[in-house]
Design a binder for this molecule. Structure first.
Ligand SMILES: Cc1cc2nc3c(=O)[nH]c(=O)nc-3n(C[C@H](O)[C@H](O)[C@H](O)COP(=O)(O)OP(=O)(O)OC[C@H]3O[C@@H](n4cnc5c(N)ncnc54)[C@H](O)[C@@H]3O)c2cc1C
Length: 482
């Protein structure tokens, strides 16, 4: 059989990683490597990843780092020969804005959920009601019947009360996903919470028992987060350049508008853009889930259900200000702001979190100026989308000034917008994805952040896994054809 041809739809980090794996990963292509064409709708590859010159620094416009304790991103960086570019995060911890005060988030949390009433007592901005609810969970835990899945909010609210759920856990768990804990699936995002809830005793004690004990080691622990010296966004063009030298056809500014099954055995698929059709043996669909659902719904109703994996939009406002009188919390990489924190009598604050970029990444530190980033937007808060850049910067910097004493006038500002950045894993997500994968026609694989994890490592892992499965299925097809 001639070399099979594979089309990858979507050139975010998942699609690029899939192409890397299809072309032999670290060992490189050989005579059996498929011909690969990657089609990306935007002007450039990378999806949410990107970098830009800002305030005399090269900064990330999207994600600025990745979880380094998962192997997928560091492994890919290693395979690309970029290990010497890795930069470990230089600070840890964060503060939370509660009752008009900043306070450091104490240790003793499992992914944002307290694991003892002592942890709750250590948060001064939580009321006596929250403390009582936490103590009650240890002494007379509330009963909760949990099935296959439940929302993170339902579990935490029932067991620990509304205040801990919405003022404390939501800014951490919901903030990362830009979603609401009352909708987000514990099974998909926080399986140890579901497991702890099922134990049906004290949620906090069960979580503590499931949390890894702090490792005692004589060597320094591996950093939790890492980036690259050129920004984590530099990973995408580096990977694309390596793919091009391997013969991968990378097409940008080209949207796939339809996928067609053909009766031709040698090329069972046709991939349509506005002005081209590419025949293919197999496909990896690495677009957002809702786009995958649109393209694939004609082939199985469970693929059509992918359209319900909607994404929350988000925006980030990065500002450069003079160090001068600005007073940041002594430690930590930023500040979390609970949802529904009042801004005026009628409106809540828009900013959900602040990141001190140059504390995290020493390459961005300068003597006279500081770069800070504000995050806005959630699944149920798209106010940012109604504002132009100037209005958004003005509103966000006013909010920053309330939280950070001595906040000076802004020297430079940059707005990055992600209209469909963060997929929402709602209750039932795991079953929905399993059904879609089972319904996918032979030779069609799903990859990307809509399925098995939202972070960069998970997205890379999903692309590479899809590619490995595809290579295996192409090999078994060839054996049958002989
Ligand atoms: C604001 C923000 C901050 C984040 N911060 C972090 C962080 O700090 N750390 C971390 O690990 N993760 C972070 N993430 C998550 C992470 O960046 C993403 O989940 C990951 O990059 C997703 O990669 P992907 O390839 O699956 O999807 P995307 O990056 O969304 O790529 C999908 C691609 O498909 C293309 N496409 C869509 N439709 C079509 C079509 N019809 N034809 C062709 N192409 C199409 C799109 O243009 C896009 O380029 C953040 C995400 C956002 C939005």
């Amino acid at each position: 059989m001639a070399r099979p041809s594979v089309v990858i739809v979507g050139g975010g980090i998942a699609g690029l990683a899939a192409a890397w794996e299809l072309t032999g990963a670290e060992r490189g292509p050989d005579a059996t490597t498929p011909r690969v064409e990657l089609i990306e709708a935007a002007e450039r590859v990378g999806g949410s990843l990107g970098t830009v010159d800002f305030a005399d620094r090269l900064i990330d416009t999207g994600p600025d780092g990745f979880l380094a304790r998962r192997p997928e991103a560091t492994q890919l960086i290693d395979e690309l020969g970029l290990t010497d570019q890795l930069e470990a995060v230089a600070a840890s911890g964060a503060s939370i804005w509660l009752r008009g005060q900043l306070e450091e988030i104490p240790p003793g949390l499992a992914l944002g959920v307290p694991t003892s009433s002592a942890t709750v007592r250590a948060v001064h901005g939580l009321s006596w009601r929250a403390r009582l609810a936490a103590r009650r969970d240890e002494l007379v835990p509330r009963h909760l019947v949990v099935g296959d899945d439940a929302s993170i909010g339902a579990i935490v609210r029932t067991k620990l009360g509304a205040e801990i759920a919405y003022r404390f856990v939501e800014p951490m768990v919901g903030g990362i996903q830009a979603g609401r804990i009352d909708e987000l699936s514990a099974r998909a995002l926080f399986p140890s919470l579901l497991d702890a809830a099922r134990a049906n005793g004290s949620l906090m004690r069960a979580l503590a028992a499931r949390s890894p004990a702090p490792v005692r080691s004589t060597t320094a622990p591996a950093p939790l987060f890492a980036s690259l010296r050129g920004g984590v966004g530099s990973l995408a063009p580096a990977l694309a350049a390596a793919l091009v030298t391997r013969g991968v056809v990378v097409r940008t500014a080209t949207r796939v508008i339809a996928l067609r099954a053909t009766p031709r055995d040698e090329h069972p698929w046709a991939v349509d853009t506005n002005d081209t059709t590419t025949p293919a043996h197999a496909l990896i669909i690495a677009t957002p889930g809702a786009v995958a659902g649109d393209l694939l719904h004609p082939f199985h109703p469970d693929l059509g259900a992918l359209r319900t994996i909607t994404s929350a939009g988000a925006a980030m406002v990065t500002v450069c200000v003079e160090r001068g009188a600005l007073r940041l919390p002594e430690r930590g990489t930023g500040v979390l702001i609970p949802l529904a924190t009042a801004w005026t009598a009628h409106e809540s604050m828009m900013v959900t979190a602040l990141t001190f970029l140059d504390r995290k990444w020493p390459r961005l530190a300068r003597e006279d100026t500081v770069v800070l980033r504000a995050h806005v937007g959630r699944s149920d808060d798209a106010r940012w989308a109604e504002m132009d850049d100037a209005a958004l910067v003005e509103r966000v910097t006013h909010e920053m000034a309330r939280v950070l004493p001595g906040f000076p006038p802004v020297r430079e500002a940059l707005v990055s917008r992600f209209p469909a950045g963060l997929p929402q894993y709602r209750v039932g997500h795991v079953d929905l994805v399993a059904a879609a994968r089972a319904g996918a026609p032979r030779g069609v694989l799903l990859a990307g952040n809509a399925y098995d994890g939202v972070g960069i490592p998970a997205s890379i892992g999903s692309g590479r896994r899809a590619a490995r499965e595809l290579v295996a299925s192409l090999a078994s097809r060839e054996t049958k054809d002989r």
